[in-house]
Design a binder for this molecule. Structure first.
Ligand code: ACO
Length: 331
């Protein structure tokens, strides 16, 4: 008999800033067109946080909705993990700020950083604590305000990103349901493809770093694209095999929403038809670590994902990192 407990997602929530930035707005800011952005990325608009809104503000709202959805009280939360590449500040952690905001006085709180794969890293970490009986109620959040580190004069990157937060509550569920398997991967040797060079201990903030635009996202788009297709399709195929399923058994895939061409290429490689793939990046752009939990929350609340469905979550991100999870949905 398996000595570990089964763990599932029992509540979800999300929060998106109100302000929309359309491709037509971007046409007035940089040398680009709505047509180029839509055909090359699949994005029409994205949400942008205002000057007063930090990552923890979006995370807090998403968290409250997820906790309520799980039918828990705030004091029931044992652990809060926030995955983000855009924390409010270096310390305190964004998770500790969320703990204070929601009043989860019994929780342990910490951040993790795995760029766009972070939500799946948080899911795998949270799962370990519940399946081994250490904690009962874990809140995981993927939250990002990439607009704050986007160079709004660089057309190669500024058309891609959006802000948002998604949260999920993890709890013990009936055996055979919930997370069937999770798999994570990292390749630090190719970390240079995606960086925010300055602002840390390697290159502290200075007039020079600011003048050289080193606090913004720097990316080799073509290399990231190739890596994304390879890593996500390999990870998805391996994890399906690991749980003893075939691709036909999968009801839904919720991939990281970076580029529609990446998503379509992955679906093709793993032989999954696009009607089984959840896509919302037309409306929100690439929200990095928030993209999967926001898409999951939408898919569940729209009824696209139902109890008993087999879903795959799959992501790639800076680091480089990747990850996937197979879940038998139990709510
Ligand atoms: N508008 C108009 N033209 C543009 C734009 C734009 N917004 N951006 C680039 N171009 C131009 C380029 O300058 C280039 O012109 P050139 O041939 O004269 O030099 C041409 O379009 C083609 O550029 P490519 O880079 O080859 O375009 P590609 O088809 O590869 O699309 C993109 C670029 C969308 C960035 C793609 O490579 C991609 O999606 N890569 C993955 C990005 C990603 O997912 N990153 C994850 C980031 S997550 C994170 O940062 C936390």
């Amino acid at each position: 008999m398996n000595k570990f407990l089964s763990v599932g997602i029992t509540g979800t929530g999300s929060c998106l800033p109100e302000k929309k930035l359309t491709n037509f707005d971007l046409e007035k800011m940089v040398d680009t067109t709505d047509e180029w952005i839509r055909t090359r990325t699949g994005i029409s608009e994205r949400r942008i946080a205002d000057n007063k809104t930090a990552t923890s503000d979006l995370a807090t709202e998403a968290a409250k909705i997820a906790i309520d959805d799980a039918g828990l009280l705030l004091e029931d939360i044992d652990l809060i993990i926030v995955a983000t590449a855009t924390p409010d500040m270096a310390f305190p952690s964004t998770a500790c700020i969320v703990q204070k905001n929601i009043g989860a006085k019994n929780a342990v709180a910490f951040d993790i950083e795995a760029a766009c794969s972070g939500f799946l890293y948080a899911l795998a970490i949270g799962e370990q604590f519940i399946k081994t009986g250490v904690y009962r109620n874990v809140l995981i959040i993927g939250a990002e305000t990439l607009s704050k580190i986007t160079n709004w004069k660089d057309r190669r990157t500024c058309v891609l990103f959006g802000d948002g937060a998604g949260a999920a509550v993890l709890q013990q569920v009936e055996g055979g349901l919930g997370i069937l398997s999770s798999s994570l991967g990292s390749d630090g040797f190719r970390g240079d493809y995606l960086t925010q060079p300055a602002g840390g201990s390697r290159m502290p903030a200075s007039i020079k770093t600011i003048l050289n635009d080193l606090h913004y996202i720097h990316m080799d788009g073509r290399e990231v694209f190739k890596f994304a297709v390879r890593a996500m399709s390999k990870s998805a195929l391996e994890i399906i095999k690991d749980v003893g399923y075939n691709i036909e058994d999968v009801d839904y895939m919720i991939p990281h929403q970076a580029n529609i061409r990446i998503i379509e290429a992955v679906a093709k490689k793993i032989n999954l038809t696009m009607d089984k793939v959840y896509v919302n990046l037309n409306d929100y752009g690439n929200m990095s670590v928030a993209s999967i939990p926001v898409a999951l929350d939408e898919a569940v609340k729209k009824g696209s994902v139902k109890a008993g469905d087999i879903i795959i979550l799959v992501a790639f991100g800076g680091g480089l990192t990747w990850g996937s999870s197979v879940i038998k949905w139990c709510k």
